[in-house]
Design a protein around this ligand. Structure first.
Ligand SMILES: [Zn+2]
Length: 78
């Protein structure tokens, strides 16, 4: 059995997608203590409200991570 890979050498361009039809950026917060994650939203408010509610239920959980999902696009360079 043999494995063969074919690689084409073409130049790609890659950049954040700012086109009008791009997917929106979205945000979530994750507790760094227990790993629980907020719902994802396109605004900051809901994930941040989740932090206050989570901290209220878990008074020793003080550290969080922000998870940002940002759309990118890639295309062949002409
Ligand atoms: Zn937690």
């Amino acid at each position: 059995m043999s494995t063969r890979a074919v690689v084409r050498h073409q130049q790609w361009t890659l950049q954040p997608d700012r086109e009008p039809d791009a997917e929106p950026s979205s945000y979530a917060m994750q507790c760094a203590v227990c790993g629980e994650t907020s719902p994802t939203d396109t605004e900051y408010e809901a994930p941040q409200d989740w932090v206050f509610a989570h901290g209220g239920r878990n008074p020793s959980h003080h550290t969080y991570r922000e998870i940002i999902t940002r759309p990118w696009r890639a295309w062949w360079k002409p």
